[in-house]
Design a protein around this ligand. Structure first.
Ligand code: ATP
Ligand code: MG
Length: 323
């Protein structure tokens, strides 16, 4: 499977706050990649950087050979008009203009992309609404007149109307009830299976990714700490932070013998003040941290998918009852 999106050494800094640090990851054509991490870990910033809406200080983002970070002015606008990469916002209420009807919202991208024929636009809007499971009769409603689940799908419809090749969905189900949530997740899997769309799903909730993602990338403090096939990561997480996430989510836990309390930070071992900016970001909370974790940040390579100096080894330590 070829890589369709390549993020290489990405650094994003807001004012003087470094939000993403030396982040590299690849998204393969036709897969669903889950991106997980706690609030503030940089998930939204990563997606925004891909669509040119975050201040990239260093690194490169390449989509199918096009260096997106090098695009400026007319070249950037021309690229956006192709609609190949679509970002579905985290917060539907804020992302939707309350004065615009559903039809107008879904048609927005099409107009920008240069589709001017009214009949063609109407047909595409109806098809997109049906595709995301919405009744086309909702086309005349305003965002305030439909439910949260419907608003989420309107955002998705706006994106799929453009036939994107890559869809970045930011917390697409976190505000939804169980039935809407399953529907949206199935829809994303359908887009991958039937239309070959590559999908990145951002979530702070592992259970929503477990059923649909092919691979998962784990962010902590703006760095990638682990990535791999989701089943493998769920059944044998190698980074202590990923292990804590899986241990805290019983519904997705596979055969996981480690109790969450064993993975929780032990303050006496990990005084936060001892850890500097060049350290592993998880070191201040990690019960397995040693001086090596503060002298240099571990990095993930292509083959090595865990950024932890003690990847795997901490398991033996736990098993031996050392802690
Ligand atoms: N426009 C901005 N200006 C300044 N700081 C920002 C901006 N956008 C994000 N940040 C900071 O960057 C960090 C990462 O934010 P981001 O929104 O990417 O996190 P997230 O992983 O998406 O969190 P959540 O799960 O809450 O959505 C946070 O500390 C946030 O305060
Ligand atoms: Mg976010």
């Amino acid at each position: 499977m070829s890589d369709v999106l390549v993020v290489d050494g990405l650094d994003v800094t807001f004012d003087r706050h470094r939000v993403l640090a030396d982040l590299s990851l690849r998204v393969r054509a036709g897969e669903i990649l889950g991106v997980i991490g706690e609030t503030g870990s940089g998930k939204t910033t990563l997606a925004r950087a891909v669509v040119g809406a975050a201040p990239v200080r260093a690194g490169r983002i390449t989509f199918d050979g096009t260096d997106l970070t090098a695009l400026r002015g007319p070249a950037l606008r021309a690229w956006r008009r192709t609609g190949q990469v679509q970002y579905v916002f985290q917060d539907p209420l804020r992302a939707l203009d309350p004065q615009h009807t559903v039809a107008r919202i879904v048609a927005e991208g099409l107009t920008v992309a240069g589709v001017l024929d009214r009949t063609a636009i109407d047909a595409k809007v109806t098809a997109a609404l049906v595709q995301v499971g919405l009744d086309p009769a909702l086309a005349d409603r305003l965002p305030g007149q439909i439910s949260g689940g419907q608003r989420q799908r309107v955002l998705l419809a706006r994106a799929v109307a453009l036939d994107p090749r890559l869809l970045l969905c930011d917390e697409p189900v976190s505000a939804l009830d169980a039935s809407n949530r399953n529907h949206v997740l199935r829809l994303l899997a359908d887009l991958r299976d039937r239309a070959g769309v590559t999908v990145v799903v951002i979530s702070h909730d592992l259970s929503s990714l477990a059923g649909i993602a092919d691979r998962v990338a784990v962010l902590y403090g703006g760095r990638l700490v682990e990535q791999g096939p989701i089943e493998r990561v769920l059944s044998e997480p190698r980074h202590p932070y990923t292990a804590l996430l899986t241990a805290s989510a019983p519904s997705v836990r596979r055969e996981h013998p480690i109790p969450a309390r064993a993975l929780r930070p032990a303050p006496e071992h990990t005084p936060a003040a001892a850890f500097g900016a060049g350290a592993c970001p998880y070191a201040p909370r990690c019960p397995f941290a040693t001086p090596a974790c503060v002298t240099a940040p571990p990095t993930t390579g292509d083959a090595w998918q865990v950024a932890c100096h003690h990847a795997g080894a901490w398991r033996a330590q736990l098993a031996a009852g050392a802690r």
